[in-house]
Every structure is written in C-alpha cells, then in structure tokens.
Design a protein around this ligand. Sequence first.
Ligand code: SF4
Length: 445
Amino acid sequence: MKTQLELAREGVVSPEMEKVAAAEGFTGEKIRQGVAAGHIVIPANPGRKDQKICGIGKGLRTKVNASIGTSSDISDVDLEIRKAKIAEEEKADTLMELSTGGDLDAIRRKVLDNCSLPVGNVPLYQAFAEASRKYHNPNKLDPEYLFELIERQLEDGLSFMAIHCGINRFSIERMRNQGFRYGGLVSKGGTFMVSWMEYNNRENPLYEQFDRVCALMKKYDAVLSLGNGIRAGAIHDSHDRAQMAEMIINCELAELGRNMGCQMMVEGPGHVPLDEIQGNIMLEKAMSGGAPYYVLGPLPADSGAGYDHLTAAIGASHSAWHGADLICYITPAEHLALPNENDVREGLRATRLATRIGDIAKYPERRELEKRVALARRDSDFEEYFNLSMFPEKMREVRNSRKPENESTCTMCGDFCAMERGFSLFKDDIAGDKCRHPEKKKETV
Ligand code: SF4
C-alpha cells in the first residue's frame, strides 16, 4: 500500500485528494501538488471505513481538533462517547482520543466505532499508564512494548498520532542549563518520556529509532504529528532554548519522515504571547520545509483560567492568520478539570470562530460569506442572517428569549434601530454588489 504522499509524488490524484479538493473548492491536481510537497496531509488510515476526509495544510481552511479522553480520576467511557458525538455535531475536523484511565484499548475502539472523524492519539499515554500499573513505575516501560503498542493502535484505525520523537538528551541538557522554567513541564507524554530518559540514562527510543516509527506510520498511512513534548506552558518560557532545541529536531525529523514517504506534521505550543505567534509559525514553516503546523491554542496569557477557551481563541485567530493549519481547541476547563460535555461544546465554538477570524485574514479573497451575512443583517432578514451564520440555534435562542415589538428590529435598540432607519434612508441608492436581489432592487428587504 502506498501513502498519500507517495501517490502524490507519483502523480496520482487519489480519491482522498479529490474529496479534499471538492471540500475546499480546488482541483484534485492542486491538492496533489500540496501533498507531494509535504505542505498538505490527509489523515485517512485506509483500515477505517467511512471516516470523514479532511486535508490539513497550506491554502486550506484552518482545521480544528477536539480532544477527549478519560483520566485516572474520571474514567467514564459513556461520557467520552457523548463528548465525541458533541465534537462531531459541533463540526470539529479531527478528534484526539487521549484517555489515560480505564481499559484503554476498549475505550479507543468504542470511540472509533462511535465517531466518523479522523481520530488521533498520543501513544505514550497508554504506554506509560500501562507501565505504571504493571511495574508501579512508568520508568520501567520496555521500549519494545512501545512499538508494539503503536502498531496495535494503528491497526484499530487511528489516522494520526502525536509522537514525541524530538525530545532528546541535547534538549534536556538545554532545560537544565537554562535553570528549568517559570511554568515547568506541561506535556504529559513529554514529561514521562523525559523522566524515562533520566531514570534509564538512555536516549529517547522514538528519536533513536525514528525510522522504525516512520515505517509503522507508513504501513497504515497515518500522519505522524511530531509532538511538542517540552513546549512552553507559560508565556515567559516561550521560545526558550529547550523548546527551540526540540522544535529544531522536530523540523529536521519532518524532512526525514517525508523522505521515507511518511505524511508529516509538526506540533507547536502551548503558551505564546501574542507578539510572538507570527514568529513562531514562521520558524516552524522555514525549518520544516512547510510541514503542516498543529498548534495547541496557543494561549497568549497565563492568567485567564476559567475562560481559557477565550484566551486560546485569541491566540488561535492569530495563529490561523499567520499560517497554522490545525488548531487544537481549548475548553473552559483548561488547567482546572477534565472537560465535560458543555466544555467540549463551548471550546469548539470558540475555536471554530477563532479559525474563521484567522482565515478571513489569511485568505482575504474568501470573505464572500461575511459580505452575505452583513447584507442580510442590513436588510433585517433575520432568517437569512441566522442561516448564513455559524451558530444559528444560539442566535434563535437569544432572539426568541427577548422578542421585539417590531420584527424588523431587536430589543437592543427597539425604536432606535439604526439598521431599519439607515435602510429606509438609502434603500433606493443600493447598487452593485450591495444589492442582494438585483432583479428586485426597489423592493429589497
Ligand atoms: S435594534 Fe439595534 S442591534 Fe438590533 S438590529 Fe437594530 S440596530 Fe442592530
């Protein structure tokens, strides 16, 4: 079996590339060129039938990932299935199953059976969780088991994996020499791997045997997302030497992986002040040869917990604008608790809105929908306004809860509605593309 990257390099436009092209409004050939260059990835493990196909990368709509999964404190598989269904309902593009509590094989399989999104995971979670249970010490993990586990998870149908290949002894030395950090370590998989390396006085097996990781990913044509295991978890740590050491390695590995025919993506932070987001993305793109960039938010402030979905949405709009390709949502429970169903919904809405804002800036030629929304609002056509907008049910709920006397207005301004007054003043002057229904210009409503 050939990967999407290998097919693209042979000049083949695959059915998956055609689907991405249809969804994005391009030709299959344009998508093929992006895949061949390593600028676009398509997470679509062929072993999983009927999954939705999406493309991630340059020139495409910025995609949104929702993460779900049990923890050692709260392990309720039915709750996670409900969260997966909400993620799909709220139009997430991909799903990460990040369970660490309960029967991890069973949970993964149940999530895959109950969702049609491309599903990814972090294999280190299960590896270290099982080593903790078996040996009462995660540092006793046998690296051979890690490779077996990756294959077992891929066999189940995962379409992408975040794997922490880029942490090595050089990057850990940078962490020590810089005097640790303000915000410590924040990646679960990354921290367990650092601990394993220190305990065993050994190099990261995922770095040492990177070709073996790539061979597995290639076998199932899963996208390898190079995990950001020592990402900054505080804005004061952003772009410190440890983070940059890992980023340089990850970008180098992205090129090596592509040379082996593997679809590659690089994972980014984390916590980044707003003024550094553009530079962060520029570095990833320049050093990785334009590999798709998957960022977690990022959060441009550390002090907004309780509303971190909003903090992250501000970071996400900037990162989408400056070239991030896939953004992991952040929920209101971030830094506080395992997300519940409502957190998943709110996190996704905030992140989808952020990527829409980012894409409006990234692709100025694709603003037509915003124009149609504005025209419907100008003309007090509430039905069209609802139908074109991102959250019509929420709009209806709010409007219906406080109905106006005059249906052309809302209760915000009532008789002082500027829209209605402005329209009546200028309706006969509406011309060109400012006219919604040119054939009935005079009656435009
Ligand atoms: S009442 Fe005010 S807020 Fe409502 S549609 Fe008119 S101008 Fe807009």
